[in-house]
Design a protein around this ligand. Structure first.
Ligand code: C2O
Ligand code: CU
Ligand code: CU
Length: 545
């Protein structure tokens, strides 16, 4: 029993899970109780089960790194930009010589990148030409609730039956009644299109947009519904950080491929129309055996012998990575962290190894100057084994001038909330549990119900949240950024600095975060960003009044 679990209630609840046995690590914990989870916290582990591809996999570093195109606005005024995105099915070549059907934003995976400026509003009209309802969420966006992509605010495809009998209370879903059986009177449902408005009144950072449909987020993202969104401002650009071709967004995902080239996913209902959830043994998370960066398998990128800014997103459903940059002669290059989920740190932090959980973003600078021309630097994943231990490589092609720098002070506008500012402290346990006679994932002992308000807070209130986990849970709050106060009663880890919107809870761990609920009033979410957990109950409502 770790000393960071003072709460007898928590350990009792966690131990009560004995009879469930979801997945490998969880099964072990179920047998041995919480002390096993403390042991798990001390060794690399992951949550989920890995799918095996049924096609031959390409060798590593055989394809170039794609960089997603930047979306052009359809119209621009002095004060705002309008974009349009069509969600449609395409067939693409992800593995060389293999055709893979994908669900995409604008025909590509990742979708096109939106580049915006702090405080300059944009709107994005999404047109749903996919066979199922969709919802678009801008992850990390400080967005009014009406455009935040609440999971029941569906955009129905043309020809989809009327909303009654659709998401809720559908046939064949009796065993999932608690997830979907309850109507949501507040849902705002549109047909074919929806215009999302983003004020972008927030710190510059890399956000991402992805599908957020109730019960079906995980398979929709898996099929390709994810893209990047970079917010910039003058102050950040004046710092002299590596820029232009020396700034690279890296969206890391894992996938698996069936014999016919399609993406494998263990859905109970492969049409993603009615019955949510995944088959055993994937309830703890779906992992693939192919690592994609910007949609390409184990790519290689040619670089100058100079500093590069790598803007890394783990967009995998359930896979965690621990990244290292290793030269061919076995040297480790520093990963100089300059930013977190919600923008620049106060000052740079030098890391050798970077853990990254689903939905987290890290902004790091790597200097290739010390690498011989022709040499290679591999980005490896210390949590992987075999092929999943490799991510991508950089090939140093030439010497080059480098006038970039990493200032000692990166930003001065980080909120400095203190515990004494908090008007309340809340506790949330993220754990496996019974859900309507089946297995699911719970927040505070309950599966998600859109009609229930789990947390109600006042605009402007500062709160401390204590988050408890049984296994790995990357916990994400919509609309606000937070700071990590403590992990397991100890100071945060080296990479926990800055402003975050997703925190990786480790098995058996309790972490404390602090935030101020400012921005907008309305109905938002907080949830686990292991996408399978999220679909199987692990979300809760956050009402800001
Ligand atoms: Cu990445 Cu609720 O979101
Ligand atoms: Cu989000
Ligand atoms: Cu989780």
């Amino acid at each position: 029993m770790p000393d960071d679990m003072p709460d007898g209630e928590v350990s009792r609840r966690l131990t009560r899970r004995r009879t469930l046995g979801i997945g490998g690590a969880l099964g072990l914990m179920a047998v041995t109780g919480l002390s096993a989870s403390a042991a798990l916290a001390r060794r690399p582990s992951f949550t989920g089960a890995e799918l095996r591809s049924a096609v031959p996999l390409p060798p590593a570093f055989g394809v170039p790194l794609p960089v997603p195109v930047v979306l052009k606005p359809v119209s621009t005024t002095g004060t705002a930009d309008r974009y349009e995105v069509t969600q449609r099915e395409v067939s693409s070549e992800i593995l060389p010589g293999v055709r893979t059907p994908l669900w995409t934003y604008e025909g590509t995976f990742p979708g096109p990148t939106i580049e915006s400026r702090r405080g300059r509003p944009i709107s994005v009209l999404h047109r749903n030409e996919l066979p199922v309802p969709t919802v678009v969420h801008l992850h990390g966006g400080r967005t009014p609730a009406t455009s935040d992509g609440y999971p029941t605010d569906l955009v129905l495809p043309a020809g989809w039956p009327d909303v009654t009998g659709m998401t809720h209370g559908m046939q064949g879903m009796d065993d999932m009644a608690g997830m979907t059986g309850m109507p949501d009177p507040r849902a705002v449902i549109t047909r074919s299109t929806r215009e999302y408005a983003y004020p972008l009144d927030q710190r510059p950072t890399m956000l991402w947009y992805h599908d957020h449909r109730m019960d079906f987020t995980a398979p929709a993202i898996w099929r390709g519904l994810a893209g990047l969104h970079i917010v910039r401002d003058d102050a950040e650009e004046a710092l002299g950080l590596p820029a232009g071709r020396r700034e690279l967004p890296l969206m890391i995902t894992d996938r698996a491929f069936s014999a016919d080239g399609s993406l494998t996913y263990p859905s109970l209902d492969p049409t993603l129309r009615t019955r949510p959830g995944v088959r055993e043994p994937y309830l703890a998370g779906v992992l693939g055996d192919v690592i994609l960066v910007n949609g390409a398998p184990w790519p290689e990128h040619e670089v100058d012998a100079a500093r590069y800014r790598l803007r890394i997103l783990n967009a995998s459903n359930a896979r965690h990575y621990e990244l290292e940059a290793v030269t061919d002669d076995g040297r480790r290059l520093d990963l100089v962290q300059i930013g977190a989920d919600q923008g620049l740190l106060a000052g740079p932090v030098t890391l050798q190894r970077l853990p990254i959980a689903p939905a987290e973003r890290y902004d790091v600078v790597v200097d290739f100057a010390g690498v011989t021309v022709g040499g290679r630097v591999r980005l490896v994943n210390r949590l992987g084994s075999g092929r999943t231990g490799e991510v991508m490589a950089f090939r140093v092609a030439r010497r080059a001038a480098d006038d970039s720098r990493i200032p000692r002070t990166l930003s001065a506008d980080l909120p400095a909330w203190r515990r004494s500012d908090a008007v309340r402290v809340r506790d949330f346990v993220f754990r496996a549990g019974r859900m309507n006679g089946g297995r699911g994932w719970l927040v505070g002992g309950r599966p998600f119900d859109p009609a229930r308000t789990d947390v109600s807070t006042r605009l402007g209130d500062v709160e401390v949240w204590r988050l408890y986990a049984d296994v790995h849970h990357p916990v994400h709050l919509h609309v606000v950024g937070f700071r990590v106060l403590a992990r397991g009663g100890r100071p945060p880890q080296q990479h926990d600095g800055g402003l975050k919107d997703t925190i990786s809870l480790r098995p058996g761990e309790m972490a404390e975060i602090i935030t101020r609920f400012d921005g907008y009033r309305g109905r938002y979410l907080f949830h686990c960003h292991n996408a399978e957990h999220e679909d199987m109950g692990m979300m809760a409502n956050l009402e800001i009044t």
